[in-house]
Design a protein around this ligand. Structure first.
Ligand code: BG6
Ligand code: MG
Length: 218
């Protein structure tokens, strides 16, 4: 069976995706263009720097030097942090706590595999730190999803080979990363977007270890 459960953070455990979107939208307005929700999918899962580059591309902004880029990313992050510092445990997505508790009870290993440099702040704020054996976040990796680095490092730190691991992801780039890491991938969201996943569910609600293993014929 599966020995390691690896969770993405933003959009899987907590709906911070809406805060990322609001902060990027504010930055777009500051730069003189609008950023529509249908284009937001491209920014999910990727690093802050990569997300900024995609946003600038959407806005048609080309001439910009590395220092200016860093300043814009910092500005976005300061707005984003205003949202996350106000977050409450009620914002943990449905089904997350029962599922984490079930994994804990069965002594299955749990890791976080997130691109975010704010991951520990968020987990702390939501009182979720104690559930994770291993935390791999944006401070520990250099290559953004769809590169598999984040998940491979999580498996390594859990002492498991990739084929013993399953990843839960809401982003297209994250599913791609999990699959190229050689892991099972469960999409949380829309099957149209996450078609590369082995399974797709609308949320973690009602998901159990048995239902996952059965669906994967394990
Ligand atoms: C990912 C989000 O989890 O983290 C991305 O899906 C975000 O949208 C990335 O860009 C980096 O997050 P942060 O908190 O380091 O800016
Ligand atoms: Mg995500």
């Amino acid at each position: 069976g599966i020995e390691g459960y690896i969770f993405d953070l933003d959009g899987v455990i907590v709906d911070t995706a809406k805060y990322h979107y609001s902060a990027w939208k504010k930055l777009a307005h500051r730069l003189g263009f609008d950023f529509q929700e249908d284009e937001n999918e491209r920014l999910k899962g990727v690093s802050r720097t990569r997300a900024l580059e995609i946003l600038l591309d959407i806005g048609g902004i080309k001439a910009i030097n590395p220092e200016e880029k860093r300043a814009l990313a910092d500005l976005k992050n300061s707005w984003y942090q205003e949202y996350i510092l106000r977050m409450e445990t009620s914002e943990i997505l449905p089904g997350v706590l029962p599922f984490l508790r079930e994994l804990r009870k069965r002594t299955i290993k749990i890791a976080l595999g997130s691109a975010s440099k704010n991951a520990v702040t968020i987990l702390d704020k939501l009182n979720l730190m104690a559930y994770f054996d291993v935390i791999v976040d944006g401070n520990k990796v250099t290559k953004a999803k769809p590169d598999p680095e984040v998940f491979l490092l999580a498996a390594k730190l859990l002492n498991l080979s990739p084929e013993k691991c399953i990843v839960f992801e809401d982003a297209f780039s994250g599913i791609e990363a999990a699959k190229s890491a050689g892991m099972y991938a469960v999409g949380i969201g829309s099957p149209q977007v996450l078609y590369q996943a082995d399974l797709v569910f609308p949320s973690l609600e009602k998901i159990t270890i048995d239902s996952i293993e059965k669906a994967l014929s394990l």
